[in-house]
Write a protein that binds this ligand. Structure first.
Ligand SMILES: [Zn+2]
Length: 409
């Protein structure tokens, strides 16, 4: 068990590298392994926070880049911080937005100082430095904030991967210095705009508790592509830079072979401290989640499941299916027999197909909620199997069924 300030992590019921954990944050405890829905603009597209909660989500992500551009990190802070703004009472995490700066900006220039880019919205010029990113994420106010790291394309060669990994370590040291300064100095109270008595309920039952700057934890990110020596060097560098509440593994699921991704989990996990949560960034397909849990990863996020759902691709225990396919025209079965989501418990495939074909907004919403619920249920079941001591047999049977293509599905 580790305790660092307002954060703690303890594990039990290990099965090989897999473990059951409890991650305590200022806004509650997250039972791990856990999938975290991605609310890019402080909203999981098309879904209300109470629907996310009902689906079983414990912790929600937002993106610092998008919130920095709209409505602005200062505005989020003035409106009471991310939890009050988005009306989510549980733990939250912001990604630095490095990925968006590198992938969405109209153009960008990377130097040792940071990244200069033009907004995708209006072409305005912005500078992202490690220090600035810490200030932005501090203003937004999530429980967990991520470092700025240098991202490169999947499949980059060893030299380019090494250079980006080493720069990310230098940026981590600068993030840490600024994060410590901000934590030490505190910040002005949140909530510059007074809340009238008849306003909708705030995220916190105790509004006064949210007024002082809430404690935050900074997570470093292990980089190094699929090169084992670089991953090891990245972890060594991170551990030399300080003590951490938790550690993330990034730069995966960017086009590499699945076997290379799984090998990278195997490289990283044994070198990461056992008593800290490990957050695997951007990986969220059911089979990858179970492979990662088995290799010792605890927290996951990915925007793909909800995006795929909105476009008609849904997860089932027998693999993915395309709801729009004409074979579902008269299919009276639910998407799955066991998922507790509204799409599976209220509707059949024929109707869901109809919604998608006629482009009714309810269709994408229901299917996104299904995929989210499916992953949250999968992680809940993984925790139950770890508790029962049956994780490995269950995981192997689950993967075998999922990967077996069912004829006619
Ligand atoms: Zn469902």
């Amino acid at each position: 068990m580790s305790v660092l300030g307002s954060f703690a992590f303890r594990t039990s019921h290990a099965a090989g590298s897999a473990r059951l954990g409890w991650f305590t944050t200022p806004h509650g405890v997250v039972e791990t392994p856990a999938f975290m829905p991605v609310g890019t603009h402080a909203s999981v597209r098309g879904l209300a926070m109470h629907e996310i909660k009902d689906a079983g989500a414990q912790m929600v992500l937002a993106n610092a880049y998008h919130l920095y551009l709209r409505p602005g990190d200062q505005m989020v802070r003035a409106l009471g911080g991310l939890h009050a703004f988005a009306r989510w009472q549980g733990p939250m995490l912001t990604d630095s937005g490095g990925y968006q700066v590198f992938s969405l900006s109209r153009y960008r220039t990377v130097t040792e100082a940071g990244v200069e880019f033009r907004s995708k919205l209006d072409g305005s010029r912005h500078q992202y430095t490690p220090e600035k990113v810490m200030q932005i994420e501090r203003n937004i106010g999530a429980d967990i904030i991520m470092q700025l790291d240098e991202l490169i394309e999947g499949g980059s060669d060893h030299a380019a991967s090494r250079a980006a990994m080493e720069r990310s370590l230098r940026w981590l040291a600068r993030c840490r210095t600024e994060f410590d300064r901000l934590s030490r100095d505190g910040r002005a109270p949140l909530d510059a705009f007074p809340v009238p008595d008849d306003a909708p309920p705030l995220a916190s039952h105790d509004r006064d508790a949210d007024l002082p700057a809430p404690p935050q934890a900074l997570f470093p990110i292990v980089q190094g592509g699929t090169y084992a020596d670089l991953r090891r060097a990245s972890i060594d560098g991170i551990m030399q830079t300080g003590d951490w509440v938790g550690i993330a593994v990034g730069g995966l699921s960017v086009g590499e072979a699945k076997s290379a991704m799984y090998d990278t989990f195997d490289t990283c996990a044994p070198r990461l401290p056992w008593d800290r949560p490990r957050y695997l960034m951007g990986v969220g397909f059911p089979d990858d989640l179970l492979e990662a849990v088995a290799r010792g990863m605890d927290l996951f996020d990915c925007v793909a499941p909800t995006r795929m759902g909105r476009h008609g691709t849904v997860f089932t225990a027998d693999g993915k299916i395309q709801v729009q396919k004409s074979s579902h025209r008269t299919d009276r079965r639910p998407l799955t027999d066991t998922c507790p989501c509204p799409a599976c418990t209220h509707y059949d495939r024929a109707y869901l197909r109809h919604l998608m074909v006629t482009e009714e907004p309810l269709g994408p919403r229901l299917l996104a909620l299904h995929n989210l619920t499916f992953l949250l249920e999968l992680m809940r079941e993984a925790r139950a199997q770890l508790t029962a001591g049956t994780f490995h047999a269950w995981q192997q049977a689950w993967l075998e069924r999922y990967r077996q293509r069912v004829r006619g599905a």
